[in-house]
Ligand binder design. Structure first.
Ligand SMILES: *[C@@H]1O[C@H](CO)[C@@H](O)[C@H](O)[C@H]1NC(C)=O
Ligand SMILES: *[C@@H]1O[C@H](CO)[C@@H](O)[C@H](O)[C@H]1NC(C)=O
Ligand SMILES: *[C@@H]1O[C@H](CO)[C@@H](O)[C@H](O)[C@H]1NC(C)=O
Length: 412
């Protein structure tokens, strides 16, 4: 009986591996501009001067993993926006967005991501892609659970948006959402800030979707129940990977690679635009809190080097790295704006073997602080974080790490 029950639950969780567009979506805008093809496997959206088009899942979901393969408008796509997103209905809505902003021929698309909770957005991050998204299909995924939202491109995480309700930041978790996709004209803002307009002589513009897949909790508004369990919380009994998904070390590494090389806009660094200042989750780390908040181990290492919340004079946190080449010197984190005057420290990094740390003030008269030196031998950071030499800017990594553990340091 128990076995039967769990099989039924699993069937509910994964209605099908690849969905059929005929069964699973409704065209909500643009009429015949949205064409289902190939027996329901492919859906082509188009845009002409009169209208764009849009489809939406018949089901509403409260948490899940949503994948689709997408081939974007080729050639001169300036002014067009192709989307794949989750949205709830009505006022104070929640939304999780992938938007692809077109461009003139030969110029790169912008991947725009955003999260709305209770009607409030302003959580934009934008990226370039490391491939041409118009020449073939690529997979775009949203993982949404009660702890975080992960945006993936070809299974590489490009963004993690954490549930920071503890910091007073609203997180979408109480409103069911439908999967939605659209192609529309936004030439008043989308391309190069609205300077490049849609060239209607190229219309109709088309974008193709296929292998739409949901592995998610279906929400029934009529009965206020989820296929994953009675309440609005994740089922604890039949936990799917996505329900607890977070990044492992190699995925955090991929995320850093994307964020360092391909991120072109981050709301967390745009103090000018948001007049009330940066949102609390941004202060967590000035560069990107997401990667570090997932890592527990640096914190326990620090605890080992503290006594009553204060750093033990002369103590060291022993971690390892494979970073190459040897980097040797003193770090002044305030120069990169992360630690102000709190901590200055010295470090020595080597690929080959564990190195001695130099912590005598006389070697570095400029970095004396009232906290003494935190000494970090980088050798085990590699095992913790799997840093890859060519992808990593060591100073920033270390300072981000310290930024992350700062609350522990200050706890007296
Ligand atoms: C379009 O190309 C220009 C020039 O390369 C670039 O500045 C811009 O960010 C690109 N994307 C959009 C959506 O304007
Ligand atoms: C990390 O996660 C990815 C994607 O789920 C998986 O392919 C990989 O094997 C994992 N790596 C480790 C070290 O667990
Ligand atoms: C840190 O670097 C900045 C910029 O180079 C410098 O002005 C400041 O004095 C340095 N602070 C310490 C404690 O060395």
């Amino acid at each position: 009986m128990l076995l039967q029950l769990s099989i039924v639950a699993i069937l509910f969780l994964c209605p099908a591996w690849a969905e059929n567009f005929y069964q699973d979506v409704t065209v909500t805008f643009g009429d015949q501009r949205a064409q289902i093809q190939d027996g329901g496997r492919v859906l082509v959206l188009s845009l002409d001067k009169n209208s764009g088009s849009r489809f939406q899942s018949k089901n509403e979901y409260l948490f899940g993993r949503f994948d689709v393969q997408l081939k974007l408008v080729p050639g001169n796509s300036a002014g067009t926006v192709t989307t794949f997103y989750l949205t709830s209905q009505g006022a104070g809505h929640d939304e999780i967005d992938f938007e692809f902003l077109g461009n003139s021929s030969g110029q790169p698309y912008t991947v725009h991501t955003n999260v709305y909770s209770q009607g409030k957005g302003n959580k934009e991050q934008q990226f370039r892609l490391w491939f041409d998204p118009t020449s073939s299909f690529h997979t775009y995924s949203i993982v949404w659970n009660s702890q975080r939202i992960i945006f993936l491109v070809d299974n590489i995480p490009i963004r993690v948006y954490n549930n920071d309700e503890a910091l007073g930041v609203a997180f979408p978790k109480n409103q069911a959402m439908r999967v939605t996709a659209s192609l529309w004209n936004a030439d008043d803002w989308a391309t190069q800030g609205g300077r490049v307009k849609t060239d209607w002589s190229m219309a109709p513009f088309t974008a193709s979707y296929r292998n739409f897949n949901t592995n998610a909790c279906v929400w029934s508004a009529a009965t206020s129940t989820s296929s994953c369990g009675g309440s609005k919380t994740d089922s604890v009994n039949n936990v799917q990977t996505w329900q607890t998904q977070e990044l492992n070390a190699s995925e955090r590494n991929r995320l850093r690679w994307v964020q360092q090389k391909y991120m072109i806009y981050n709301y967390c660094t745009d103090a000018k635009r948001l007049s009330q200042g940066l949102s609390p989750e941004c202060k967590h780390s000035s560069r990107n809190s997401e990667e570090w908040s997932l890592s527990e181990r640096p914190q326990s290492a620090l605890q080992a080097a503290t006594h009553n919340g204060r750093l033990v004079t002369g103590s060291s946190i022993v971690v390892q790295t494979t970073i190459s080449p040897v980097v040797y010197g003193s770090i002044n984190c305030s120069t990169i704006g992360l630690m102000q005057k709190l901590i200055n420290f010295q470090f020595l990094i080597s690929t080959k073997k564990r190195k001695k740390l130099i912590s005598q003030k006389e070697h570095y008269p400029s970095v004396a602080t009232d906290m003494e030196f935190v000494v970090i031998d980088m050798e085990s950071i590699a095992t913790d974080m799997e840093l890859v030499a060519s992808d990593v800017e060591p100073l920033q990594q270390i300072c981000s790490l310290l930024e992350y553990i700062k609350p522990t340091v200050l706890m007296v």
